[in-house]
Write a protein that binds this ligand. Sequence first.
Ligand SMILES: Nc1nc2c(ncn2[C@@H]2O[C@H](COP(=O)(O)OP(=O)(O)OP(=O)(O)O)[C@@H](O)[C@H]2O)c(=O)[nH]1
Ligand SMILES: [K+]
Ligand SMILES: [Mg+2]
Length: 368
Amino acid sequence: MTTAQKIKDIEEEMSKTQKNKATEYHLGQLKAKLAKLRRELIAPPSGGGGGPGIGFDVARTGIASVGFVGFPSVGKSTLMSKLTGTHSEAASYEFTTLTTVPGTLTYNGARLQILDLPGIIEGAKDGKGRGRQVIAVARTCNLIFIVLDVLKPLIDLAILTNELEGFGIRLNKRPPNITVKKRDNGGIAITNTVPLTKIDAGAIKAVLSEYRLTSASVSIHEPDATVEDLIDVVEGNRVYVPAIFVLNKIDAISIEELDLLYKIPNSVPVSSKDWWNIDELLEVMWEKLNLVRVYTKPRGATPDYSSPVVLRRGKCTVEDFCNAIHKEIKSQFRNAMVWGTSVKHSRGQKVGLDHVLEDEDIITIFKK
Ligand SMILES: Nc1nc2c(ncn2[C@@H]2O[C@H](COP(=O)(O)OP(=O)(O)OP(=O)(O)O)[C@@H](O)[C@H]2O)c(=O)[nH]1
Ligand SMILES: [K+]
Ligand SMILES: [Mg+2]
């Protein structure tokens, strides 16, 4: 039996199993089994093809990458071509785009790589079409645009989210606040600082036993933690990626319909064809990318606002700033003067290499 068939069997069994106290353990087991099978698809054991990077990946450039995911003919290539000035074939027939097409967009001084991807279909995560290769590229992006056609059923949004979830991608989520520590004996000990509303001891034990964890301490601090959250923590290979639902083709709907679309969280309605609301899309993109611009101020001169050094959040210390400019700088570094929200004083503050910079800080480096 192939992995995809095994997955299908388990999904069928789950849909037939009623959810109640008595089945909690069994369902926990099934969900863990499913996660383990999915892991095989994300990274095939050996030469299975379709793993991360195989097939559609391209050389990465720029400070961050944005991948376009969607069903065929929703307008991904139309949007990407116009945003970047790079030609990516767009046409009315499905599967026009057959491979990754990279382009570059500079926004707020940051060079971003935009990846137009082939359309995917439902079932992609379980091996339908070449969807797995597409999702594998999306998994490595810093931001995902889920592009949707507003003339198609809105359920597509949930279907696509589910496809990415099945590939270990979590959209607009933080890692669950749960820790699992293996220990030598003593069985399963559960501590929780929040009420457990969606998971109980039975389900926790079922999941852990599926991973051969018979002795472990589990601490749950995540409000309304689910079995899926626990599995994510045990599996450990999840990626947490911000996403924007780009609701395309609003030129073809009424104002009343548009009002409804505005209620969908993390979404931006646009028309790629008529270039409507692209400004908002870019603003939300910038927010979600969460980048840090640092302006260099030469001693005694005004800061250079035209070309910031752009860093990624979590990798934006003064040391990271130095490395982004030139390898040599760090060895000559004495200290730095920083102005902006990362320091307390409005007149600036002297800092060292480990100081964490904030967006739009100004910096002067003093050498030895
Ligand atoms: N009305 C309208 N049509 C659009 C818009 N954007 C794209 N289209 C049309 O939708 C069709 C598909 O566009 P593509 O850009 O090829 O879509 P795609 O998502 O890249 O398609 P695949 O590569 O096949 O997955 C084309 O006929 C476009 O002209 C839009 O904003 N409004
Ligand atoms: K198309
Ligand atoms: Mg295309």
